[in-house]
Structure formats: structure tokens, C-alpha cells
Design a protein around this ligand. Structure first.
Ligand code: HEC
Length: 157
């Protein structure tokens, strides 16, 4: 055993250097997890409050070919989506929904964050036989943002 290491560590500067080194090692072990936690992909649907309505408005451009979101907006290829978040599916009057969606609506489907997240991820998988011909939003953050945007628009009269 080389005792000189203890002599070395008993010097104040060496001690501080050692302490800084250990701190950095500790940080390196903790940081990647922190960074991951900030990345939207690690978040669950319940965290939708962390969605960004401004970003969501941009994401919604993909939906605009078929949907309006303002109050009393017209239905296009898809139904008007005003107030859709936390409300019953299949409820827009005069829109001709698919049989698949009507059945799910009758079974009590509500478009909450969780079901919207699943539907928007893969519309055809969530609703087999549904007629929303949209590929889906692959990124979870995009889904959370667009849901937050629709929630905010739905709160406007
Ligand atoms: C190509 C046209 C098209 C695009 C693009 C599209 N949708 Fe749809 N959407 C539809 C149709 C058609 C329906 C009706 C589905 C059915 O009856 O099975 C629908 C239904 C819905 C419903 C259920 C409405 C209700 O009243 O129950 C939601 C929610 C929805 N779409 C959200 C979105 C969002 C958000 C986007 C963009 C990310 C989007 N859609 C993109 C055509 C589209």
C-alpha cells in the first residue's frame, strides 16, 4: 500500500480537486436522466398540461384539411372539433360518422387526453373501420401539443 496518497490528499488543494472530481462524476451519473425527463417522449398522457398550445396550433395545420376547431365551425371531411377534449365522441350533429365510431360512441367513448392520444397516434389502429384517413402523429409531444391547443380553442366562445 502506498501511503503517500494520504499525504497527498491531506493537502488542501488536492482535497478540493478530489471533491470537485467526485462531484462531476456524480453529476454525470444523474444528468442524462434529467435530460430524458425533459424530453417529451418520456412523458405520459396525463402530463398533457405540459403541452404547448402555440406549437399545437402549428401541428393542427395537418388537421385543417379536414377539420375546423372554432365554435360553430363547419364540418368538412371530418367533424368540427370545437370543445372535443373531454367530451363525448360522435356528437357533432349532421356529421356522418363511420359505423365504427358510432358504435364506440354508443359504448361511451369520451375523448379525454388518453383516448385522444391513442387515436391521434394511429387512427386506424385505435378505431378499426373508422373513416379518418390520417396517418397519425408519431411524436408524443406533437399529440400533447395539439390536444392542448384543441382544449384551449374549446374554451373560447
Ligand atoms: C384526411 C382528413 C382528416 C385529417 C387530416 C384529420 N382528420 Fe380527424 N377525422 C376525419 C374524419 C373523416 C373523422 C370521422 C371519423 C369516423 O367517423 O370514423 C375524424 C374524426 C376525428 C375525431 C373524432 C371527432 C368526434 O366527433 O368524435 C377527432 C378528435 C379528430 N378527428 C381529430 C383530428 C386531429 C387532431 C387531426 C390532426 C392531427 C385530424 N383529426 C386529422 C378526417 C380527418
Amino acid at each position: 500500500m502506498n501511503w503517500r496518497i494520504f499525504d497527498y490528499l491531506s493537502r488542501p488543494r488536492a482535497f478540493v480537486a478530489m471533491a470537485v472530481f467526485l462531484l462531476l462524476v456524480g453529476l454525470a451519473a444523474v444528468l442524462p436522466e434529467d435530460l430524458l425527463a425533459q424530453d417529451g417522449t418520456q412523458e405520459t398522457a396525463e402530463n398533457a398540461v405540459s403541452g404547448d398550445a402555440m406549437r399545437g396550433e402549428k401541428v393542427f395545420r395537418k388537421c385543417k384539411a379536414c377539420h375546423t376547431v372554432e365554435k360553430d365551425g363547419r364540418s368538412r371531411i371530418g367533424p368540427n372539433l370545437w370543445g372535443i377534449v373531454d367530451n363525448a365522441a360522435g356528437a357533432v350533429e349532421g356529421f356522418k360518422y363511420s359505423k365504427a365510431l358510432i358504435e364506440r360512441a354508443e359504448a361511451g367513448l369520451v375523448w379525454d387526453v388518453e383516448s385522444l392520444d391513442a387515436y391521434l397516434r394511429k387512427p386506424r389502429e385505435f378505431l378499426k373501420g373508422g373513416k379518418m384517413t390520417f396517418g397519425g402523429l408519431r411524436k408524443e409531444q406533437d399529440r400533447l401539443d395539439v390536444i392542448t391547443y384543441m382544449r384551449e380553442e374549446g374554451a373560447k366562445e
